[in-house]
Design a protein around this ligand. Structure first.
Ligand code: COA
Length: 323
């Protein structure tokens, strides 16, 4: 049984915040942000949060796939910025869509989340447990950044992407293989403290934590682990990198992507980018980019594409898909 992506969708909130806008609230500049990260602007959700964006992306993916909500068997949402500790984002989206025959739950792997969710979906589909699934990557990091910390607040944005998948018994299309990794010994390199921190029988309710990051450590980790993981994935699949049309990489920093391209000895033409428009939307970057490629007609039947992500945990993962 193969897991085939039959539709994609994405959504970003309408409010555009440029680098110049940020230069009015912290000591930074358009030039610094562009040259260090490749980011020009990001979208920020001013009111509604992750569920809203996830549901909008899901509706677009369902429309693209020609699948009705009641046909979905399972919804897996990847997010670390759910609007609530519970219910899950997946259950909330299920309610909004009216996907009454589905089961829904979230996975948490930060910016690697979409790969982890799609990997989980693929494993369940391969066993024959479910036939039609919805995988979502959605994050609302603007509500977790410290807007007075210039070293992190310039990097992130809000958005959501989704893919509808279907079990197919025959054919070459679909997920070929995937590899995931995590290293909890480096967990402190990139953190955001949970919001449910009130203490038993005390009045104490600590202030919610914000994203804290050792930027250079994350940079070094990403440019080492991602090429290693992609190499290993392709070796397992018996596929040469020249056969891969696109490496759809997590959009965290243009320079990270360039460095990964150099290490894999591939041209940046193979690494589509949209970080300039969205910044780092965490679990949403890969499905948003995939949706853009799909809608621009850049993915043809038979194309091989590698999806690869990295992020807090530390986590990383890569997946080879035949379109
Ligand atoms: N504007 C202007 N100056 C800034 C700034 C900003 N937004 N943020 C930091 N600086 C300053 C620092 O204070 C420092 O100044 P100093 O030399 O006077 O101390 C200087 O710029 C260099 O800071 P540094 O942290 O060494 O910069 P860098 O070249 O490592 O770039 C990142 C910082 C965050 C862009 C880079 O480390 C990075 O992208 N890391 C990966 C982060 C990431 O992708 N996280 C998410 C992963 S999923």
């Amino acid at each position: 049984m193969k897991t085939v992506i039959i539709g994609t969708g994405s959504f970003a909130p309408p409010r555009v915040v440029t680098n110049d806008d940020l230069a009015e609230i912290v000591d930074t500049s358009d030039e610094w942000i562009r040259t260090r990260t490749g980011i020009v602007q990001r979208r920020i959700s001013e009111g509604p949060g992750t569920t809203w964006m996830a549901a909008e992306a899901a509706k677009r993916a369902l429309e693209d796939a020609g699948v009705r909500p009641e046909e979905i068997d399972i919804i897996i949402a990847a997010t670390t910025t759910a609007d609530y500790c519970f219910p899950s984002t997946a259950c909330e989206v299920q309610g909004i869509l009216g996907a009454g025959n589905a089961v829904g739950y979230d996975v948490s792997a930060a910016c690697s989340g979409f790969i982890f969710a799609l990997h989980t979906m693929d494993a369940l589909i391969k066993t024959g447990t479910y036939g039609t699934g919805l995988v979502i990557g959605a994050d609302n990091l603007s509500k977790t950044v410290d807007w007075s910390d210039r070293s992190t607040c310039v990097l992130f944005g809000d958005g959501a992407g989704a893919a509808v998948v279907k079990a197919c018994e025959s054919g070459d299309r679909g997920v070929i293989c995937s590899q995931l990794g995590s290293d909890g010994s480096k967990a402190s390199v990139l953190t955001c403290q949970a919001r449910s921190m009130g203490n038993f029988l005390t009045e104490s309710r600590p202030e919610p934590g914000y994203i804290a990051m050792e930027g250079q450590e994350v940079f070094k980790f990403a440019v080492k682990k991602v090429p290693e993981c992609v190499d290993s994935l392709l070796r397992d699949a018996g596929t040469d990198i020249d056969e891969v049309k696109y490496l759809v990489l997590h959009q965290a920093n243009y320079r990270i992507c360039e460095s990964i391209a150099r290490r894999l000895k591939i041209s940046m033409d193979k690494i589509p980018m949209n970080i300039d428009r969205y910044g780092n939307t965490s679990g949403a970057t890969i499905p948003i980019l995939l949706d853009e490629l799909n809608r621009q007609g850049k993915l043809c039947r038979g194309d091989k594409v590698v999806l690869a992500g990295f992020g807090a945990g530390l986590t990383w993962g890569a997946m080879l898909v035949q379109w």
